[in-house]
Write a protein that binds this ligand. Structure first.
Ligand code: CDP
Length: 202
């Protein structure tokens, strides 16, 4: 059985945690597609051409250390505006989405471009301030010394770049269920996501 759950949304909205929990609940495989762009962004910071890096990307590159830093996130959103980079990453994502046993993919354009035929589509969002606070807690918790105001500025800059780019801009698919997590704790957000998928399964 192939069943695709597409989970999109802006930076630090809680997509990662929700996606992992939804995948575990349904016994599906999970792909964090942001890691593909982060891996290409990391190669760009090493001086490699972004399009070449995207074409040469291997599954094991997603396990590399250091992909979660703010500098790599920034580089990821820069390479993500390049159409040839997005094209090079398309087949891998589509094959993953249609694998047997079900798949959850989280990103920016899963419900709109990568898997418009996905059986369930969620758009997870929250206010920029709430998202920046969560990301700041996550970064300082893993030893990064960064001001919350800087994280908020980063989040806003990335939102702007991701939403206004010509190729696959960040936006909810027309048939996506919107989950605003500004006022939800993580358990409530996960429960809302599972409910939304259950409704699409019937
Ligand atoms: O975890 P966070 O939401 O901060 O970022 P991410 O999901 O790892 O994505 C990093 C960057 O990759 C985003 O800012 C987007 O520019 C880009 N991206 C994309 O364009 N399309 C996707 N499907 C996933 C990520």
């Amino acid at each position: 059985m192939a069943f695709t759950i597409a989970i999109d949304g802006p930076a630090a909205a809680g997509k990662g945690t929700i996606s992992r929990a939804v995948a575990a609940h349904f016994g599906f495989a999970h792909l964090d597609t942001g890691l593909l762009y982060r891996a290409v962004g990391a190669r760009l910071l090493e001086g490699v051409d972004a399009v070449e890096a995207a074409r040469a990307l291997r599954a094991e590159d997603l396990e590399a250390e250091g992909l979660r830093t703010p500098a790599v996130a920034e580089a990821a959103s820069k390479v993500a505006v390049i159409g040839e980079v997005r094209q090079a990453l398309l087949d891998f994502q589509r094959a993953f989405a249609r694998r047997q046993g079900g798949a959850v993919l989280d990103g920016r354009d899963i419900g709109t471009v990568i898997c418009p035929e996905a059986e369930a589509k969620l758009f997870v969002t929250a206010s920029a301030e709430v998202r920046a606070h969560r990301r700041w807690l996550e970064l300082t918790g893993t030893g990064h010394d960064i001001a919350e105001s800087e994280v908020l500025a980063d989040v806003r800059a990335r939102d702007e770049r991701d939403s206004t780019r010509a190729e696959a801009p960040l936006k909810p698919a027309e048939d996506a269920t919107i989950i605003d997590t500004s006022e939800l704790d993580i358990d409530a957000a996960i429960a809302a996501a599972i409910r939304a998928v259950d409704q699409r399964k019937d």
